[in-house]
Each structure stands twice: as structure tokens, then as C-alpha cells.
Design a protein around this ligand. Structure first.
Ligand code: ZN
Length: 403
């Protein structure tokens, strides 16, 4: 039972820190320094590499950037300002140099490396870089590689983590070959340099691991001038953004004004509408009353109509009777007319008979007249003849008397 409890406690004791432990402090391995006699002699081996000039320039640039980073670090953490003692000078003879810089056509599996013997005091550090390194990555990456080798040459080993707490690349472990941003030493690297030069190694201690103190944040130490330039660019950008924002604000303000005016117009429209609405409501009420009156009128009209309809019915019945009477009358008239027509026909026939009779009478009369005329003429002739014969008898008697 007791054993079980102890086991459980032990499990808790081991599991609990794993869950709740703070982020592990950054670590870097270091070795003994090549020399503490500042300034450290530097010698650049002349080669026929086509990129020699560019690479030599980048080597000196890396040295300057290291110095600038140290200046800032010493400024921010004065307790490590002795780092400012680390300085460099060119020497004309290879054997006088602490650090040599060489270019090589072929480094086998390496892009660059630093040859040092850490275990033996007063050794030389030899930096070697592949001549064709510019073909393998950006200029910023090549700078990062050379800075890495320079820090090796000063006694730093490799860091244990890829990135700082600000997510910047840790130059003592890894610099991406496509980087467009220059990489500078981290606070861990500079603190480790301090440990290399100003904290004693044990008599048999050649390598040791250095942990960044809790008070120092783990980040890249960007030289003041670089940060100043970045800030200036950022400020220019911000100024541009500001101008754009101001313009946008102005636009927005004028838009707001327009909106307010439109809103005012809307308010008036709403007022007008509600007034109209009230009027309409009144009209509506009046109409409703009128409609009620009209409904009453309509009812009365309906009743009147009903009455009229009844009257109409009666009239229609009367009319039907009258029509029937009319029909009967017409029939009677018809019959009378037919009788008259018939009588008329008969009269006309009588008239014709009378006419014919008259005609025959006329003919008879004419004949009679002719007869009368003829008789008259005969009588006249007889008279004449008689007269004549009488005259002749007288004449003869006279003649006879004369004789
Ligand atoms: Zn390395």
C-alpha cells in the first residue's frame, strides 16, 4: 500500500513539471576562445574565386554587424559591456592571424565550415567558404552563413533551437537559404560570447552548454542603425498610410455629411408621410362614415328597387292582359277588314256590270242617234225635193203664161 502511494507521488512529481513547466530556456554549446588578446588578428586568404571580392566584402560586413550587435547588447545590458573589448585587426601574415578566411572550389559535403582545435589554447580558427555559394541562396543567406562561421571562429558551437522567441532564425543553428532579411546574432549568441571570453572554463572543460539568463529575452539583436532605418521606412509607410487614412477619413466625413443631409431629407419625408398618413386616416374615417351612409342609402334603394320590381311585375301582368286584348281586337279587326274587302270586291263586280250595261246603253243610243240622223236627213231631202218640184211647177206655169 505504502509502495503504491509513493509510486503515484513519483508519477505525479515527474508528470506535473512536464505539463506545467515553463518554456525551456535557450541553450548553446560553446568552447574555449582561440585568443583573448584583442584586437584579434584577421587574415583573408587571396584566391582566384570569381566571387572573391563579394565574399570578402560580406566577411567584413559580418564582422561590422557583429560589432554593431555587441554595441546594442552592451547598451541594453551594461553588465556585459566587456564584450566591447572584442575587436579585430587585419594582419598581413597568415601566421599572425587568429582568424583566417579562405575560399575553396570544393568543400565536399560542406557549404562552409570552420576549422578549430578548441582543446588546445592559443589556436587559430580557419573559416572556409565554397566559392560558388551565391548560386545556393540569397545574398542575405550567404551573409548569415559567414556570420555563423565567424561566431564559430570566436568559440561558439551550435545553438539547440531553430528560432528565437520572436520567431527569428537562430543564426547558430539555421538560416533559410531563401531569406530576404539579414540575420544578426541573438541575445543567446552574445551572452554565450561573454561566457566564452569572461567566464572561466574548468581545467579539463573544453566544451560547455550556456543557458540564457531569465532576465534576457531570447531575440535577435538588430543593430540600432538597421532598426532605425527599418523604423524610418516603417514611419514613411505609416505616413503614407496616414495620408491614405486621412483622405479616407475626409471622404468618410463628406460621405457622412451627405448621409446626414440625406437623413435630414428622409426625416422631412418621414414627417411629410406621417402627416399625409394622418390626413389619409381622417379621409379614410370620413370615407368609412360615407360608406356607412351609402350602405344605408343602398339598403333603402334596395327596398325601393324591390318595391319597383313588384310594381313592375304587376305592370307586366297588366301588359300581358292588354296584349291579349289587343290580339283579340286585332283578330276582330282582321275579320271586319276581310268582310269589307269581300264586300268591296262584290261592289266592284256590280260596278263592272253597271259599266258594261252603260256601255251597251251607249251603243244603243249611238245607233238610235244614227237612225234619228238618218231619218232627219231623209225628211230634209224629201222636203228639199218637194220644194224643188214645187218651184219647177211654178216656173213652167210662168213660162207657159209668157208664151
Ligand atoms: Zn556550424
Amino acid at each position: 500500500m505504502a509502495a503504491a502511494i509513493i509510486l503515484a507521488l513519483m508519477l505525479l512529481a515527474t508528470a506535473f513539471p512536464a505539463i506545467s513547466a515553463e518554456k525551456q530556456a535557450p541553450v548553446i554549446t560553446v568552447q574555449r576562445p582561440p585568443s583573448k588578446n584583442f584586437p584579434l588578428g584577421i587574415y583573408v586568404q587571396q584566391t582566384s574565386c570569381p566571387d572573391h571580392g563579394k565574399l570578402e566584402a560580406l566577411f567584413y560586413e559580418a564582422i561590422r554587424d557583429l560589432r554593431k550587435a555587441i554595441i546594442r547588447f552592451a547598451d541594453e545590458y551594461p553588465e556585459y559591456s566587456r564584450l566591447l573589448e572584442i575587436s579585430f585587426m587585419n594582419v598581413s601574415r597568415r601566421e599572425d592571424a587568429v582568424i583566417t578566411f579562405s575560399l575553396a572550389e570544393n568543400l565536399g559535403d560542406y557549404i562552409a565550415f570552420t576549422n578549430y582545435t578548441g582543446a588546445i589554447p592559443s589556436y587559430k580558427s580557419g573559416i572556409y567558404v565554397t566559392c560558388g555559394i551565391f548560386k545556393m541562396g540569397t545574398r542575405e543567406w550567404v551573409h548569415g552563413v559567414i556570420l555563423h562561421e565567424l561566431l564559430h571562429a570566436l568559440g561558439l558551437g551550435h545553438a539547440w533551437q531553430l528560432f528565437t522567441d520572436n520567431k527569428e532564425p537562430e543564426p547558430m543553428l539555421y538560416v533559410p537559404s531563401e531569406t530576404r532579411e539579414k540575420v544578426y546574432p541573438s541575445t543567446l549568441d552574445l551572452y554565450a560570447l561573454y561566457a566564452v571570453y569572461y567566464q572561466e572554463f574548468g581545467p579539463d572543460e573544453f566544451f560547455k552548454n550556456v543557458t540564457l539568463p531569465k532576465g534576457i529575452p531570447y531575440k535577435m539583436v538588430v543593430p540600432y542603425e538597421v532598426e532605425f532605418r527599418k523604423l524610418r521606412e516603417e514611419a514613411a509607410g505609416l505616413r503614407r498610410d496616414n495620408e491614405i487614412l486621412w483622405k479616407a477619413l475626409k471622404d468618410a466625413r463628406s460621405l457622412l455629411k451627405e448621409f446626414e443631409e440625406a437623413n435630414r431629407g428622409l426625416g422631412e419625408a418621414v414627417e411629410n408621410l406621417s402627416r399625409e398618413n394622418a390626413e389619409l386616416r381622417m379621409i379614410n374615417e370620413a370615407l368609412m362614415e360615407q360608406l356607412a351612409d351609402t350602405a344605408l342609402d343602398l339598403q333603402l334603394a334596395n327596398q325601393a328597387l324591390e318595391h319597383l320590381r313588384e310594381e313592375n311585375m304587376i305592370l307586366k301582368q297588366n301588359l300581358t292582359q292588354l296584349v291579349q286584348m289587343g290580339l283579340q281586337l286585332a283578330e276582330y279587326c282582321n275579320k271586319t277588314i276581310l268582310g269589307l274587302i269581300r264586300e268591296n270586291r262584290m261592289l266592284r263586280a256590280n260596278l263592272t256590270d253597271i259599266a258594261e250595261y252603260a256601255k251597251s246603253l251607249e251603243t244603243t243610243f249611238n245607233i238610235f242617234r244614227l237612225v234619228v240622223i238618218a231619218l232627219g236627213s231623209g225628211v230634209l231631202i224629201l222636203v228639199i225635193l218637194l220644194a224643188r218640184s214645187m218651184r219647177r211647177g211654178e216656173a213652167e206655169e210662168e213660162e207657159n203664161a209668157i208664151e
